[in-house]
Write a protein that binds this ligand. Structure first.
Ligand SMILES: [Zn+2]
Ligand SMILES: [Zn+2]
Ligand SMILES: [Zn+2]
Length: 768
């Protein structure tokens, strides 16, 4: 006989781990007990040597679906001659840790019950169990128990209570457990609030589906917020939704009932289908099928379509009742944050939705759908939110201090960390108004409580005007660490791959505050987590009129022509008819004089300029639109490249001189070259020049690794071509996978930099 105490760490609380251990112990006939403590799960087992060994071998392997076992440590303890196995109460005291998991899509068992007319949960839209259902979005506090969730107001009926208390039941300690007798209910109301009584429909979900098929726009309360839904194939309805939402071109996501119906919409390989089916149920971007039954207005100008599958029982019922794919776009007006509170939704969306499908389970934290794409066989997260948050992400080092990072301004996320683990918050959005700012501040407080983090060190961007920076600077009694924007991008990419550098980073994005006060965005950095050197840059040009140049790419075309051809360039062929001669002259003057026109090295703005020169668009309706459309236009077979010399042979900074490229583009466009050809040659030029510059920087510094990040690297063509050139040159390439390459990854990068600097200064550098 032998007795062993095993400690299991990772995501092991609130996921049915103790009942799983209980069942495994019963099956193998071992004695002992299991309990939760502040660090995870502790098991003591007593049995014959080989039985204990078998128990420990199976323990991590057969864990329940939502569990993530990071570490099992076992030590022998004194035998007690115990018989039987029990689940014990948690010891009091100790701080709660990592007990909150992401929201998880309906599991196959619950789906079967939902669709079984004989089951007591037949068509019940809030069916869930220990292996699925809402988590993060309903949590109000810790420990993760029903009174600390938005289910607190619902008292379980005897049948639900019995399931909840039975360790052998799939609903043992499932905090949101509910049924039609005791749980939340749906109702369908008109925009004014009056109930919809559809005599033909058995229930509100079915009535909503009928209304959708009749051409209605329905606001639907989901897991992390409201969606606006309509049938995806009907052009009139989709165009009407666009008009009411004031969203001109930004693509809408589509929800399909299952993988088979998703295959009618997009071309997917096995890995993409797998991604679509993960419990996180993200929006997956994949090439749209030419014959996809979706209206042109769903995703105008975009070759890829965002598709997702139902992730709540309500979605499953709705999609089955409707019998066809639905547009499911975030419930907001234009760029506002998504609505998640009933009253707020009913007032803000009153002019958009005809009907509201509501329910009485409150959403505690607004959480948008996550967006992901497959890149070179690996997931590339473009927005990390519902289904992924609040899973922790390790940091390469533990500086011994508790940290907060405030992130950037656009696509903001915040993050907290301690003990070498980071918790990156949900997508907050663009910190430009009161509502996003308050959700930023509330979110930080919520995370600090959930993960018991009391920040001693606060990392922030260098931009003095970012609301996230201002928030950091107002905090008392903390040590502040300012982190350069592009260094944070580099550090985030290194840290998620458990690396500390030194490495070369090609960081291309729209804008970030540079150490010299100019707008950076085409940076070649060499460094690690603590420090960096700016080894190279895109040739700097003016941004005529500042932010106006972001909305009007033709201004960037004018600035690049001024740099490439000299003051007062003529209006190019691609822009004739789109820009008036007076406006062009005025902007050309700004570009020459530099008045109200900061210098920028932004590659995002170079893309804007090239798109404008090609005549793709002179103005944009959302950030990055011109670049997206320029990429969409690429002729994949084009092998030629424009010249894009890299200056710096003398050992000075490596400057990607795109003036030469711009001159070649103008000549090609004047000659009548097709847009796909121009776009292809431009992408090839930038990939080749970037690879050349990275190779030189690697040779100079001795680094063998290149990190590619920043929002511009969401561009598949640029990323794939640059990566393959670098690999051909014998360099290792790292790209972001668990966090977005865009500014959604900045907070995590700030944490990594701050941790490295504090560790170095305080001499505490524990490898995590
Ligand atoms: Zn389930
Ligand atoms: Zn019940
Ligand atoms: Zn950035």
């Amino acid at each position: 006989m032998t007795r062993v105490r095993a400690r299991i760490e990772g995501t092991v609380q609130g996921v049915g781990f103790r009942p799983y251990v209980y069942r495994l112990a019963g099956e193998l006939g071992v004695a002992g007990h299991v309990l939760n403590d502040s660090r995870g799960v502790v098991v003591e087992v007593e049995a014959a040597d080989e039985t204990v060994e078998r128990f420990l071998a199976r323990l991590p392997v057969e864990a329940p679906p939502l569990a993530n076992v990071e570490r099992v440590t076992a030590e022998p303890v004194e035998e007690l001659g115990e018989s039987g196995f029990s689940i014990r109460d948690s010891p009091a005291g100790g701080e709660p840790r990592a007990a909150v998991t992401p929201d998880s899509a309906t599991c196959p068992d619950c789906l079967a019950e939902l669709l079984d007319p004989a089951d007591r949960r037949f068509r019940y839209p809030f069916t869930n169990c220990t292996n699925c259902g809402p988590r993060f979005t309903i949590v109000r506090g810790v420990p993760y128990d029903r009174p600390n969730t938005t289910m607190a107001a619902f008292t379980m009926c005897p049948a639900c209570r019995a399931e909840y208390d039975d360790p052998s039941d799939r609903r043992f300690h499932a905090q949101p457990n509910a049924c039609p007798d005791c749980g939340p209910r749906v109702r369908l109301v008109y925009a004014g609030g009056g109930p919809v009584l559809d005599a033909r429909a058995a229930d509100p979900v079915e009535a909503a589906a009928r209304a959708l098929l009749d051409g209605a726009i329905v606001a639907i309360k989901g897991i992390g917020g409201f969606h606006l839904a309509c049938v995806a194939r009907d052009e009139d309805t989709v165009a009407e939704l666009r008009a009411r939402k004031h969203r001109e071109d930004k693509p809408f996501a589509v929800m399909a009932a299952d993988a088979a119906s998703a295959r009618d919409l997009v071309l997917m390989n096995a890995a993409e289908e797998e991604l679509l089916l993960t419990r996180a149920r993200p929006i997956v971007l994949a090439p749209r099928r030419p014959d996809a039954p979706v209206a042109p207005s769903v995703a105008p100008g975009a070759p890829r379509l965002g598709v997702m599958l139902p992730y709540s029982p309500l979605h499953h019922l709705l999609l089955r009742d409707a019998g066809e794919p639905l547009v499911m776009t975030s419930g907001n007006v234009s760029d506002e944050p998504i609505a998640y509170d009933d009253d707020d939704a009913c007032s803000r969306l009153a002019e958009i939705a005809d009907l509201f499908l509501l329910h009485d389970r409150p959403i505690e934290t607004r959480t948008d759908d996550s967006v992901v794409r497959l890149e070179d066989g690996r997931p590339l997260l473009l927005r990390r939110s519902r289904g992924y948050v609040p899973d922790s992400i390790p940091l390469p080092l533990d500086c011994g201090r508790q940290l907060l990072a405030c992130g950037a301004e656009l696509k903001n996320t915040f993050a907290v960390a301690k003990g070498g683990r980071a918790w990156v918050g949900h997508h907050v959005g663009d910190l430009k108004n009161y509502e996003t700012l308050s959700s930023f501040v509330t979110g930080i407080g919520h995370f600090q409580r959930l993960f018991a983090v009391r920040p001693e060190v606060v990392a922030h961007d260098l931009h003095p005007d970012y609301l996230s920076t201002k928030h950091a600077l107002e905090l008392d009694g903390v040590r502040l660490v300012g982190v350069q924007h592009h260094h944070a991008h580099l550090a985030a990419c290194l840290a998620e791959h458990a690396e500390a550098g030194p490495a070369v980073g090609a960081i291309f994005d729209g804008a970030g505050y540079g150490e010299d006060g100019t707008v950076w965005g085409g940076e070649l950095l060499v460094g690690g987590l603590a420090e960096f050197e700016r080894e190279g840059l895109l040739f700097p040009v003016r941004m005529p009129g500042g932010d106006a140049a972001v909305r009007q790419p033709w201004r960037m075309a004018c600035a690049w022509l001024t740099a490439a051809l000299g003051d007062g360039p003529p209006l190019p062929r691609g822009l004739r008819g789109q820009v008036g001669p007076d406006a062009w002259r005025q902007v050309a003057e700004l570009a020459s004089s530099g008045v109200a026109s900061p210098l920028t090295t932004s590659v995002g703005r170079l893309f804007d300029a090239v798109a404008a020169l090609c005549g793709i668009r002179a103005e944009v309706n959302y950030e990055g639109q011109a670049a997206v459309e320029l990429e969409a236009a690429v002729d994949g077979g084009e092998r030629a490249a424009y010249p894009l010399p890299v200056a710096g042979d003398d050992g000075g900074p490596l400057v990607l001189d795109a003036r030469v490229t711009v001159r070649a583009i103008v000549r090609d466009v004047e000659r009548g070259a097709a847009v796909p050809t121009v776009s292809g040659r431009f992408h090839n030029a930038l990939a080749a020049a970037t690879a050349t510059a990275c190779r030189t920087a690697a040779e100079r510094s001795g680094a063998g690794t290149v990190a590619l990040s920043g929002g511009v690297f969401q561009n598949h063509v640029l990323l794939a071509r640059t990566s393959s050139l670098l690999r051909e040159g014998g360099l290792r390439v790292l790209v972001p996978e668990r966090l977005p390459p865009n500014d959604g990854g900045i907070a995590y990068g700030q944490l990594a930099v701050a941790a490295a600097r504090v560790a170095r200064e305080e001499g505490h550098d524990v490898r995590a």
